[in-house]
Structure formats: C-alpha cells, structure tokens
Design a protein around this ligand. Structure first.
Ligand SMILES: Nc1ncnc2c1ncn2[C@@H]1O[C@H](COP(=O)(O)OP(=O)(O)OP(=O)(O)O)[C@@H](O)[C@H]1O
Length: 309
C-alpha cells in the first residue's frame, strides 16, 4: 500500500492540481494508493504519525505532494518508524531537498516511477533540540537550520499580508529575495556563541549561522556548496562582522556558491553543533520560522530511505 499526504496549498495550489491528475491515473488504483489532505499547519506530522501507527506493516512508502515544509512535518511524524520509506513529488515553492537528491522528474510521471520502479537512497538527517529541552523533544530536519538574517527574512516573507501582495503582483518567485532589503535595513548583528564538536567560538557580530545537511537553500541558492546528504558531519556556514552593503554582494554570489570566498564567511564541518545566545533570536528550520536562545544539533546515526523516481 502507498499513502499520499497532500498539502493542497503548497506551491500556491500546484500540489492540488498535480494530485488531481495523479488520482485520475489508473496506476493510483492499481497500486492500492490512499490519500489524505492537510487542513492546517502541523497536520502532516499528525497524519504521518497516525498512518504509521495503523499501517506500518503494509505501508510501502509515504509519499508527500507538497514542499519541504510538509516533508519536514512528515519526517517528524515518522520519528518512531524510521524504516518507513518516504518520497516527495515536489510541488512547493523552494523544493531544495528534491534538488539536493537530484530528482529530475515531476508530477504524474514521477509518481508512477516512485510506485512502480523506485530507486532507493539512504540519507542522513539532522536532529535538533530547541532551548535545552529534554532529549524526547528532539526533532529532525532535512535541509538547514539557521539563525540570524535569513531567519528574519523567512519570518518577514511568511507573513500572510506580504505573501498575498507578492502573489497579486506575480512576484511570488522573488518572495524571499525582495524581503532582503527591508529586513537588512533594520537588522542588528547578533552576539552568539557556537560550539563545534566541543570547540567554542564566540561571535560578537554574527549576521548568519547556517547548519546544513546539503547545499541548497531558498529555492536553489548554494549556501553550503560542499555539503552532501551522505556526509556524517554538518556543514556550518558563519557570516560574521560584515558591513551591510557587502551583504548585498554576498547575496548575489550565494547563487553560485562563491560567497565562501569572502573573508567574513567561514565554513566548518562538525557532527555536533550548539548555537546559543543571551537573548531570544529568530531561527528557521526547513523554511519554517521560530525563536530560541539555544539550539543543539546532532548529525549521523539517523537515516531515512527515500524513494526516488
Ligand atoms: N491546509 C493547510 N493550511 C495552512 N497551512 C498548511 C496546510 N497544509 C500544510 N500547511 C503548512 O504549509 C507550510 C508550507 O508548506 P510546503 O512547504 O509544503 O509548501 P511551500 O511553502 O509552497 O513550499 P516550500 O517549502 O518548498 O517553499 C507547511 O509547513 C505546513 O505546515
């Protein structure tokens, strides 16, 4: 049995259109597929947990029709069932995880490959705990966690009013890029401390700390060009003590991954990372924003099987 979780709003409704086409294809019935639609933020996590509890013995793969945010929720819902394979038919606005996996197909043809003749790939996922909570409140992430400027951009860009106007002006592809200027204008560098495999580094004027599982970010920018999904270590990108005008230059070079040549950018590898701040700061994980004063991250020893087309 294959079960699909559909976020009908992903990609401004693209997920819904693609799901309807998939549902009409004879393979959907032939392969005994069932589907559930998400109704609210966080619903995909609950659905995945319930589906796994009930169907784990017969479930061949849980397929997401949506973007990275929905996949993030599904992976977390399957926390207790790491052997259940997952797949994604990318229909979000960023789709960075799919890009990192090298999935080329899309829509109905990708769905058919996934259920008829999938290639399998095992990837390392990151684990994180916010604000020193108990180990049981550990979550998983597939793409990146970052603190600083970009989390403020994600927070700004996710506001319904801004999103509505970007869509109305047909600028939704530039949602994040255009949010840079207003956010940068008011941005204050952050005093942070990072700990990389036990080695402490104070950062007095940090603009960004990004902890990555793979290179792609924000719809194709290469924030961590050397990161690989099979790595046992995170790639940690730090931007510290940089003038605001240079952030704009950096933003242009990050599309080709050349920002790492700037002297204000440092890149590290580590399998355990702790980022802490004396004040509450915004963070983003797989494109969803939040606030924290500490984030503890561990890589390795938690893998997922992904069905590729
Ligand atoms: N029915 C719903 N109503 C409101 N929010 C939803 C609903 N279903 C899912 N969500 C939320 O929408 C968020 C974004 O979804 P998703 O990532 O799939 O699409 P996207 O933002 O278009 O794509 P990407 O993350 O690739 O940019 C998810 O984090 C999820 O919590």
């Amino acid at each position: 049995m294959f079960i699909l979780i559909v976020n009908p709003l992903a990609g401004k409704g693209k997920a819904d259109r693609i799901f309807k086409a998939i549902q009409k294809d004879p393979v959907f019935k032939e392969k005994n597929c069932r589907s559930f639609r998400t109704n609210y933020e966080g619903h995909a996590e609950k659905l995945a947990e319930q589906i796994a509890e009930i169907h784990h013995e017969h479930l061949k793969c849980l397929i997401v029709i949506g973007g990275d945010g929905t996949l993030h929720e599904v992976i977390n819902g399957l926390h207790q069932y790491p052997s259940i394979p997952v797949s994604i038919i990318p229909t979000g606005s960023g789709n960075d995880f799919t890009r990192a996996l090298g999935i080329k197909g899309k829509g109905v043809s990708l769905f058919k490959k996934v259920v008829q003749n999938p290639k399998r790939r095992t990837v390392n996922v990151g684990r994180y705990v916010i604000n020193k909570r108990h180990k049981h409140s550990q979550h998983l992430f597939l793409n990146h966690i970052s603190l600083g400027l970009d989390s403020e951009i994600v927070h700004f860009a996710n506001r319904p009013f801004y999103r509505k106007w970007m869509k109305r002006l047909r600028l939704h592809r530039l949602t994040y890029s255009l949010a840079l200027l207003p956010v940068l204008k008011n941005f204050q560098p952050i005093n942070l401390e990072i700990e990389l495999d036990g080695l402490v580094k104070p950062l007095e004027r940090a603009t960004l700390v990004a902890v990555s599982n793979h290179p792609y970010y924000g719809g194709g920018m290469k924030i961590a060009p050397d990161a690989e999904l099979k790595d046992e270590q995170f790639t940690v990108t730090v931007i510290d003590d940089i003038p605001k005008w240079k952030v704009i230059a950096l933003f242009l070079t990050v599309f080709i991954g050349k920002h790492t040549m700037l002297k204000e950018v440092s890149v590290y590898k580590a399998s355990t990372v702790k980022v802490s701040s004396k004040r509450v700061v915004p963070f983003q994980v797989d494109g969803q924003s939040g606030e924290c004063f500490q984030c503890d991250l561990v890589r390795g020893k938690h893998t997922r099987t992904i069905f590729l087309g």
